[in-house]
Design a protein around this ligand. Structure first.
Ligand code: EPU
Length: 334
């Protein structure tokens, strides 16, 4: 049964709590319902906006056409010896999935605990944390074309994953709905503990659950809980600069965190750059730079997307003036 709602308030459906009304809204729970509403949207020529957990989007005050939130909630495991493939519906909460897999002794996603959002959104920005990215465990994604309602599978290679990037942000932006993920996991112990001080926080032969819990503890200590203080996680991507640029900056700031990339570029820590500009904890009006993690912008209430973009622009401009580095927002501007 399709339930199409009109004039729906999406303020509580985005973790930044930006005020937004959708002209129409639907949360299909099956592939058939999704295909039916896409075909209707095509006939009626309604522009389609897709929403997952709302944790990485910047919503405008009004969205015309139809907002669709895929709510396919089934997931299951198929085992072959130690290998496990998880098939996961787009509407499953990512963190719940990670904890359920870890509790079953299945390895692969434990470093990605406590990342907010729905599984269907995870491939869009190739979510990553503590040395693991979604692409490391993704076999493929099932997608439905918005224009035709047709379903197909894409391999991980076809998705062209990069750092917080994929084809879903470029050629396939607003063209497909991600409906299911296939993840390649394992029952064989495979801890990835090289990032930061993660190894000192777990026992010497950790279970996936011990690692997931350690990651949760680290994240809780420095990232604000969106249920308490509205935010969208990292607001900026970590910028890439040339080796020459990094060397000039390192001459002036020898303690600057920097990470060499396979392509020769150097990744800098946006949080560190913002912090060095003295902006950590800075607040103006409805928005602020989080006091524990300068990479996160927070919304204290009463603001909207235009106000947030203005606030972010001042952070970008301060970092540009100090370091000659241009920060790019991570959340998608819908
Ligand atoms: N730093 C500061 N001041 C700050 C924040 C960071 O000096 O206010 C320094 C830290 O001391 C560290 C460096 O910057 O030397 C990097 O910081 P951190 O290890 O906290 O990681 P990050 O680069 O800030 C990235 C991801 C996070 C992910 C963490 C852990 C991006 C944009 N962010 O943050 O992802 O959880 O690594 O892997 O890549 C998210 O995408 O929403 C997110 C939280």
């Amino acid at each position: 049964m399709l339930t199409l709602q009109a004039h729906v308030d999406l303020t509580a459906a985005n973790t930044l709590r930006l005020p937004c009304y959708a002209e129409r809204f639907m949360a299909p729970q099956t592939l058939c319902d999704l295909q039916a509403i896409l075909r209707r949207a095509a006939v009626c020529q309604w522009p389609v906006t897709l929403l997952g957990g709302g944790s990485n989007v910047l919503l405008p005050p009004q969205l015309s056409g139809i907002v669709i939130r895929p709510s396919l909630h089934q997931w299951w495991l198929e085992s072959q010896g130690d290998d496990v493939v998880a098939y996961v519906g787009a509407g499953v909460n990512w963190h719940s999935l990670v904890m359920a897999l870890a509790a079953r002794g299945v390895w692969g996603t434990e470093n990605l605990a406590l990342i907010p959002g729905h599984c269907g959104a995870a491939p869009v920005q190739n979510i990553g944390a503590y040395g693991v990215e979604l692409k490391d465990v993704l076999l493929g994604v099932q997608v439905v074309e918005i224009a035709s309602g047709n379903m197909r599978w894409m391999s991980a290679a076809e998705c062209q994953f990069g750092y917080r990037d994929s084809l879903f942000k470029h050629a396939l932006a607003n063209r497909v709905v991600i409906t299911q993920l296939a993840l390649r996991l394992s029952r064989q112990s495979n801890p990835k503990l090289h990032y930061g001080d993660l190894s000192s926080r777990v026992p010497s032969q950790p279970t996936p659950l011990a690692i997931a819990e350690a990651v949760c503890a680290v994240r809780r200590a420095k990232l604000p809980d969106p249920a308490v203080l509205a935010n969208a996680g990292s607001f900026f991507k970590n910028p890439l600069v040339s080796q020459a640029h990094a060397e000039r900056l390192l001459h002036q700031y020898p303690a600057m965190p920097h990470f060499s990339q396979p392509d020769g570029k150097i990744k800098l820590a946006a949080g560190w750059l913002i912090d060095q500009c003295g902006l950590k904890g800075w607040r103006e009006g409805s928005f602020g730079v989080h006091a524990q993690q300068a990479l996160v912008l927070v919304h204290f209430g009463g603001g909207d997307r235009a106000g947030l973009l203005q606030f972010a622009e001042r952070v970008v401009s301060a970092v540009n003036t100090h370091f000659g580095v241009e920060l790019e927002p991570e959340p998608r501007v819908l």
